[in-house]
Design a protein around this ligand. Structure first.
Ligand SMILES: NC(=O)c1ccc[n+]([C@@H]2O[C@H](COP(=O)([O-])OP(=O)(O)OC[C@H]3O[C@@H](n4cnc5c(N)ncnc54)[C@H](OP(=O)(O)O)[C@@H]3O)[C@@H](O)[C@H]2O)c1
Length: 296
């Protein structure tokens, strides 16, 4: 019998979740709550039975989400749509049961809760103002937690990347594939994003499980870049022709879209000062890319 602490997890098969399991599985026994393991977070009965079985779990890591932002936009305003159901109602169902069994709760959220209109770094104290449906449903998921008054952690992550994951390429791998094929990579130079190395997220969450931090935290990389600048750094790090990376404009792209198209956040510089003050360090983009290059 394992003497590892049990952690219930949703979304463990995803881009972020599967790497967290890889890196922390020697320390924690992750209990996978997914459709594959027969647990539907939208089916209160099956969820309740699963929680009863694992009531000795010490924590719940809730990562399952509807993450396709473009498809989410097509569902905007639709509370019966899967995006709202999973991101808001699924979160409500899981939280209720974690509360019942007094389990430490971590909800993984996103910088898309912000509108991207602020040009200074977003801190945890800044008021969210989502502008598209995915961000709005993730924010409503956050509100389920804050309104409940439960001592949980809301952990916002941004543009996660890792060395290997074939199922869903992250933004770094989308750029790498084009560079490998010798294709031109056109990227916005008038947008800013914060890219986060998933291995750092995993190491940091270990500290969250240990210390049971509560409140809102930005678990994000230590540098922010335009996608154009990011692609240049990718080309340089991996030894590809930097001239393949060309600049394009988000402003122009938005203007070219038909009316009613999804809005885009322009400037998402997210500060990790709060976790830094806890002694949690996350890599810059250059540092993270060098690490994934070593791992690949
Ligand atoms: N990727 C990003 O750019 C990004 C950025 C910021 C924040 N986040 C947040 O980080 C978390 C993880 O994102 P990710 O990119 O790793 O997600 P992902 O790769 O899209 O995976 C989504 C996960 O949710 C599960 N899921 C989807 N529909 C489900 C359902 N109806 N019932 C139960 N589980 C379901 C999936 O399970 P199956 O494999 O069984 O479908 C999968 O494990 C999410 O909360 C997301 O909002 C992601």
């Amino acid at each position: 019998m394992s003497n590892k602490q049990k952690v219930i997890g949703t979304g463990l098969s995803g881009l972020v979740g599967s790497r967290i399991v890889d890196l922390l599985k020697d320390k924690y026994e992750f209990i996978d709550f997914s459709l594959d393991s027969g647990v539907n977070v939208l089916d209160k009965e099956s969820l309740s039975a699963a929680f009863e079985t694992y009531k000795d779990a010490v924590a719940v890591l809730h990562m399952a989400a509807f993450t396709d932002t473009n498809v989410a936009w097509e569902q905007r305003g639709d509370k019966s749509g899967i995006c709202y159901q999973l991101n808001v109602e699924g979160t409500r169902n899981i939280l209720k049961l974690a509360q019942k069994y007094n389990q430490y709760f971590i909800y993984i959220s996103t910088d898309f809760v912000f509108d991207g209109a602020q040009t200074t770094p977003y801190a945890e104290t800044d008021q969210p103002h989502p502008i598209e449906w995915y961000g709005e449903t993730k924010y409503l998921g956050e509100k389920v937690i804050t309104d409940s008054g439960y001592n949980a952690a809301i952990v916002r992550i941004t543009y996660p990347y890792r060395a290997n994951f074939d199922k869903k390429p992250d933004i770094i791998h989308k750029v790498l594939t084009k560079l490998q094929n010798g294709e031109v990579v056109k990227m916005f130079s008038d947008q800013i994003c914060t890219y986060t190395f998933i291995d750092d997220i995993a190491a940091s969450l270990d500290k969250f499980f240990e210390n049971k931090y509560t409140g809102i935290y930005h678990l994000v990389g230590s540098s922010s870049h335009s996608p154009y600048e990011m692609a240049k750094i990718v080309a340089k790090t991996f030894g590809y022709d930097e001239n393949l990376v060309q600049s394009s404009s988000l402003e122009d792209y938005i203007k070219s879209q038909p009316e009613g198209s999804r809005p885009w956040q322009k400037t998402l510089i997210t500060s990790n000062q709060k976790v830094k003050d806890l002694g949690i360090e996350l890599k810059t983009l250059e540092e993270g890319l060098n690490e994934i290059k070593n791992q690949m």
